[in-house]
Design a protein around this ligand. Structure first.
Ligand code: HEC
Length: 137
């Protein structure tokens, strides 16, 4: 009987360890995958080119052609559009944070609206990659 209990304990230990290892490795894998996607976005010329075209079409009126927040539509806005080149970004400066902000807009802002209603996921990604490259840092 004692032997049987010992065996059960050993078997459950193996099971728990195996499960933890499995979960850990699949988690690491999905993280690695995400990282790869971001790198691909940041460095692909095609993506940045598309982002630039979209930026010119949708964002320049307020944020300005170079991103200094000095577009023709910015004059009467309060608060002013963010200077995307130099201002600290309130909602975070990483690619992912910019993507989230551009997709969902700024809460209660009548000017910085959620762009996910207008642009596709791929377009949101390329425009955010482009905005990230506008930053000095
Ligand atoms: C109608 C004018 C307008 C347009 C068009 C516009 N924005 Fe904005 N944007 C603003 C204003 C105003 C703010 C700051 C709002 C605030 O502080 O409440 C802002 C803020 C931001 C921020 C800064 C958020 C932070 O964390 O500080 C980012 C990034 C941004 N816009 C990106 C974009 C992108 C990309 C586009 C084009 C898809 C775009 N905006 C189009 C007016 C505009």
């Amino acid at each position: 009987m004692k032997k049987l209990i010992g065996l059960v304990i050993i078997l459950s230990l193996f099971f728990i360890l195996g499960e933890t290892f499995y979960l850990h490795s699949s988690f690491a894998k999905s993280n690695q995958q995400k990282k790869l996607n971001i790198e691909k976005l940041d460095f692909s010329k095609q993506t940045l080119k598309e982002g630039k075209t979209l930026y010119k079409r949708h964002c320049v009126t307020c944020h300005g052609i170079k991103g200094y927040g000095d577009g023709p539509g910015a004059t009467n806005l309060n608060p002013k559009p963010r200077n995307l080149k130099e201002d600290k970004l309130k909602y975070g400066e990483s690619y992912n944070e910019i993507l989230k902000l551009v997709s969902n807009g700024i809460p209660k802002s009548k000017d910085m609206v959620p762009w996910k209603n207008v642009l596709s996921k791929k377009q949101l990604e390329s425009i955010s990659a482009y905005v990230k490259t506008l930053r000095k840092n």
